[in-house]
Design a protein around this ligand. Structure first.
Ligand code: GDP
Ligand code: IMO
Ligand code: MG
Length: 442
């Protein structure tokens, strides 16, 4: 099966962008199928650093067609900004990016609603979204009556549609704020979005048709997940999630490729855990350890710059998401970040109300009450950033990786020891970490 997918197994920022760039080699198409400009994917190739929120990370490789499919919510100004950022760096996106006419558009009222809903909910109930209008846009998609799809922008009915929606949205926003709303008038929104549409027009396409042909022609396709499985709207830590299916379950619905065709799913996770925004995080370390991980891993958001909350690897959560997403193998990233630690803790089980449980709770109050059960592993206390093969890694680092794959129940295929494309170890085909460790000289 020629389909391969990269998805996050934690709460996002697992280094999916790096993996996608690496795996794009030899592919014909790279597909972003859910989320929107809330993502921030980083690709590092020598001195070149690319931070992409919207355009697939496959764009950096020449000769690959990149698709944004119906499940994504499109933010036209962000796409245009990224095109303008890439052009002087030698990447002309126009010929190699197609945007689905079926994808919904984030409109100015969505961004205002996102801000307003966030302000209305305070304290531990605040989701802490990226304020990119993602939730309100998906809400209107499901609600249907006030939604705008990319293909609508270039239809003669577009101006009238905006006028009608603005009338309703202005009433709602004013009623909630108790004053005038900040929503620009309909005519200026029409003018602004018509200008975006003029620039995007050559890229607006029927990506379902393109993908169906690509599948029939056995083209090699890479699917680029955004966010992480624990942020999945249906299966994540609801309500502290994003508004799309960010686990492997979303690949088919978001792209339009049949589920039984998608074979190889690589789940990306860090050697520890991070989360941005609100919500329970059982293994969070609000102490020197968390601070140390944040500094060593430069754990600050790619999209919002917010400091990421940091904690120990949670094997209960990742085992749940690896099973949920049908992961075939794991890419374990940030091996270098733990290099200075003497002891590394891993959460191997949960206690809920004093009892051991063998599942990841689906209820947020229960998840808030779980107590992690930790197991301690020796650190490697050695720089690993130059390692390119398993032999270059300290035994303790390979053993730690092996413990993780045993706990999660899926084999590790990649180990990442730094941000650069080159700082990656591919576990050779046919080799397991268990075999490797058993043969490795002490
Ligand atoms: P994504 O959203 O999953 O694509 O991840 P982000 O790009 O938001 O965050 C990952 C960050 O870690 C980026 O700054 C990457 O350049 C960096 N990174 C990727 N892999 C590694 C690694 O193995 N070690 C370290 N130290 N940094 C990494
Ligand atoms: P990538 O693709 C990490 C989080 C937000 C917030 C919640 C809802 O870079 O891994 P939203 O704006 O989507 O309504 O916010 O989801 N979030 C992410 N956290 N990485 C991301 O993307 C994220 N995208 C959204 O911080 O808690
Ligand atoms: Mg990110």
């Amino acid at each position: 099966m020629p389909g391969q997918c990269v998805i996050g197994l934690q709460w996002g920022d697992e280094a999916k962008g790096k993996l996608v760039d690496l795996l794009t080699e030899g592919k014909d198409l790279v597909v972003r199928y859910q989320g929107g400009a809330n993502a921030g994917h980083t690709v590092v190739i020598g001195d070149d650093v690319y931070k992409l929120h919207h355009i697939p990370s496959g764009i950096i490789n020449e000769g690959v067609l990149n698709l944004i499919t119906p499940g994504v919510v499109i933010n036209p100004p962000t796409i245009l900004e990224e095109m303008d950022m890439l052009l002087p760096r030698g990447i002309d996106v126009t010929e190699r990016l197609k945007l689905s006419q079926r994808a919904h558009v984030v409109m100015p009222w969505h961004v205002l609603e996102d801000k307003m809903w966030n302000q209305l909910v305070s304290g531990e109930d605040n989701i802490g979204t990226t304020l990119r209008g993602i939730g309100p846009c998906y809400a209107d998609k499901v609600g249907r009556s006030f939604a705008i799809r990319l293909g609508d922008l270039i239809q003669p009915s577009f101006p009238d549609r905006v006028r009608k929606i603005v009338e309703v949205k202005r009433k709602v926003l004013s009623a909630v704020s108790g004053g005038a709303s900040d929503l620009p008038d309909a005519e200026s929104i029409i003018e602004q979005f018509s200008a975006y549409a003029d620039r995007l027009r050559p890229m607006i396409a029927d990506t379902n048709h393109i993908l169906q042909n690509a599948v029939e022609q056995d083209k090699k396709i890479l699917f680029e997940g955004a966010q992480g499985s624990l942020l999945d709207i249906d299966h994540g830590t609801f309500p502290f999630v994003t508004s799309s299916n960010a686990s492997g379950t979303g690949i088919s619905t978001g792209s339009g490729v049949p589920g039984n065709w998608i074979g190889n799913i690589i789940g990306v996770c860090k050697t520890y855990a991070t989360r941005v925004g609100g919500g329970p995080f059982p293994t969070e370390q609000e102490n020197e350890t968390g601070q140390h991980i944040r500094e060593m891993g430069n754990e600050f958001g790619t999209t919002t710059g917010r400091p990421r909350r940091c904690g120990w690897f949670d094997a209960v959560a990742v085992r749940y998401t690896a099973r949920l997403s049908g992961v075939s193998s794991i890419a374990l990233t940030m091996v270098d970040v733990l290099s200075q630690l003497k002891e590394i803790e891993v959460c191997v089980g949960y206690k809920l109300d004093g009892k051991d449980i063998d599942y990841f709770p689906g209820n947020i109050d229960e998840l808030r009450r779980v107590e992690p059960v930790y197991k301690s592993f020796p650190g490697w206390q050695q720089d690993v950033t130059e390692a390119r093969t398993l032999d270059d890694l300290p035994t303790a680092a390979v053993s730690y990786a092996h413990e993780i794959e045993k706990l999660v129940g899926r084999p590790i295929e990649f180990l990442s020891v730094g941000p650069d494309r080159a700082q990656t170890i591919h576990v050779p085909d046919g080799v397991t970490l268990e075999d490797y460790l058993s043969k490795r000289p002490a």
